[in-house]
Design a protein around this ligand. Structure first.
Ligand code: C2E
Ligand code: MG
Ligand code: MG
Ligand code: MG
Length: 281
């Protein structure tokens, strides 16, 4: 009986592995044509300054309209793109789109908004595009401080000087840096010693928990630490008023989440900002 059960479990495990491998294979095949067939787009999620209640930033998030695999999200396909060596090209496309978007919307807004780009560690280790990015921003007449870069992943902790230099050059050029998903295994405290940064983005798993005493204590401690280090804090995944008011009480600087807005297409983002230029909660 026990043996039979064990065999079933192994069978089930094998099936799952096989299904996973198949899905990954299908994603890989489809990804190779995604860029040339223009299947990617970007959406933008507003980030609100808690002091002024204004939208001052936005995060650019990639979307993939894959005809064969509808609804596959970046958390699933970005790691595959990294393994295939496609992330460099995709990352350059994202950068180009964001630079143009920042230029377009900021021509129409009184107060400029900073748009941040997610950059995975593989993108950073594969080569230094910082000089190129700064040049392209200059040639597009986009001030570097209109652009931000969000980084994560313990891979960076290899302490490769090339990665450190690339980030340093970007920041010297005026691009602001955020440490994304802070508190998770992908974003460790040791970054704060090694890298010169501007923002810490506290992961949504912690933000959800601020309604409980222990969760609140942790986020409060992160805010105090960040401020002592001269960094500002962005809370990710704010979904309700209760969480928002606790974050406000503890002196969190910026908030982002479905409570304000989901990520939006560029045109919707612009009209949202123009409508809610001062957000009242
Ligand atoms: P991230 O950078 O931590 O992005 C935040 C994720 O949380 C986004 O998921 C966003 O849509 C989602 N989110 C925003 N507000 C809320 C909320 O109130 N509640 C909940 N539950 N979720 C919320 P998304 O767009 O699926 O992106 C997932 C991850 O994929 C990103 O995590 C980022 O690591 C990566 N990614 C997205 N776009 C790019 C890109 O252009 N390049 C690279 N290298 N990675 C990207
Ligand atoms: Mg991010
Ligand atoms: Mg994040
Ligand atoms: Mg994330």
């Amino acid at each position: 009986q026990a043996k039979e059960e064990g065999r079933n479990k192994v069978q089930h495990f094998d099936d799952q592995m096989l299904a996973k491998a198949r899905r990954r294979r299908r994603i890989s095949d489809a990804l190779r044509v995604a860029l040339p067939q223009q299947q990617f787009s970007l959406v933008y999620q507003p980030i609100v300054d808690l002091q002024t209640r204004k939208v001052v930033k936005a995060e650019a998030l990639i979307r993939w309209q894959c005809p064969k695999l509808p609804g596959v999200g970046p958390a699933e396909f970005i790691p595959v793109a990294e393994d295939l060596g496609l992330i460099q090209e995709i990352g350059e496309w994202v950068f180009q789109q964001v630079a143009l978007m920042a230029r377009d919307i900021n021509m129409q807004l009184a107060e400029p908004i900073q748009i941040s780009i997610n950059k995975s560690a593989r993108q950073l280790t594969a080569g230094d595009s910082s000089a190129l990015w700064l040049e392209r921003l200059a040639s597009l007449n986009v001030p570097a401080h209109w652009i931000g870069v969000e980084i994560t992943e313990t891979l960076l902790l290899d302490g490769r000087p090339s990665v450190q230099n690339a980030l340093w050059r970007l920041r010297q050029g005026g691009v602001q840096l955020s440490l994304d998903d802070f508190g998770t295994g992908y974003s460790a405290m040791s970054y704060l010693l090694r890298f010169e940064l501007d923002y810490i983005k506290i992961d949504q798993s912690f933000i959800r928990d601020v309604v409980r005493p222990r969760g609140r204590a942790i986020v409060e401690a992160i805010v105090v630490m960040a401020h002592k280090l001269g960094l500002r804090v962005i809370a990710e995944g704010v979904e309700d008023q209760r969480v928002l008011s606790i974050l406000q009480e503890m002196g969190c600087d910026y908030v982002q989440g479905y409570y304000f807005s989901p990520p939006l297409a560029q045109a919707d983002f612009l009209s949202w900002v123009q409508r809610e230029s001062v957000w009242v909660g």
